[in-house]
Design a protein around this ligand. Sequence first.
Ligand code: PMP
Length: 360
Amino acid sequence: MARIHNFSAGPCTLPLSVLEEASAELVDYQGNGMSIIEMSHRSAPYEAVQDRCLALAAELFGVPDDFETLILQGGATLQFSMAPMNLMVEGRPAGYVDSGEWASKALADAAYYGDAYAAWSGQENGYRSMPQAGDLALRDGTRYLHVTSNETIGGIRMTRWPDAGIPLVGDMSSDYLSRRIPWDLFDLVYGGAQKNLGPAGATLIFIRRDLLDSSNADIGAYLRYSSHASKASMYNTPPVFAVYMMGKVLEWMKAEGGIDEIERRAAARSALVYDAIDASDGFFKSPVAVDDRSHMNVVFRLSSSELEAEFVRQATQSGLSGLKGHRSVGGIRASLYNAMPLDGVGTLVDFMAAFASEHE
Ligand code: PMP
């Protein structure tokens, strides 16, 4: 079997060792005579899997003790509604940093639940950069500020975290557990598992306990963070397969050296591609501000959409898949999540150089 290099933005490549381990134990999980996805979620083997997964996620990400770790379903998209439903209060607005397509979606959903506004927007500038310190216009009484740590489509990441002295909420879907974050600033962090952490189906959430305690109680049970916190994310049937796989990916991350090593690799992988872009004499162009270049989703353009299509076609033939940019913006996007090996990126940059010299 030849595995190809998968640069898809998500779902995406996972560590081969994790896939092999899961396939070896799928039919009979640790001598229980059935697979992990067939047994009750209240059984001791499954509870051990989930407890370990939650604990490992918090440990690897350096999450402080005053946070609860939750696993839900519904993806980050459900969090676009759930965060405001739990946090917004009458008469107090919610501020959003509109840094790209995902942030705009979060803001649009929040507006269904109350007075949500853009405290900053990069839209006029084509979402090419994140705000500078001091750029945010926060309204009085703002209940929380929402940021998107990495814009998966635009290819920019936040490094200048806002410190507004109000609860900070982060959508970290596309750079989750790929770098350290300042926990002193954040109060609620969420993201789907299907990029850095495992298959689709699980949403990982960290919420500071005092924010949890002050969140709204007058919404349906599944939609309250407190329902899940009080039942250790077993309020209802959890996404057992996704949790099981996430646990394995987290074990892999720990064995590879934890978040510092994972962060170092992300910087090294993305630097290879950005260097290839910068060294191409304009054949490849990065549309984003240099300081805000994403380490997870490297977007670039060629001189025409026809040439981009040819690039994607030839790349696919060479075993490099998933490089087509998001349908809303076009171009090329190489997603370099945690499980992407450096030699996969090496193959990509070699291909880029060969393609450029052939088409210059
Ligand atoms: N936010 C960001 C930054 C994303 O990249 C995505 C998915 N690509 C989402 C939210 C939506 O996530 P989900 O599909 O898990 O609902």
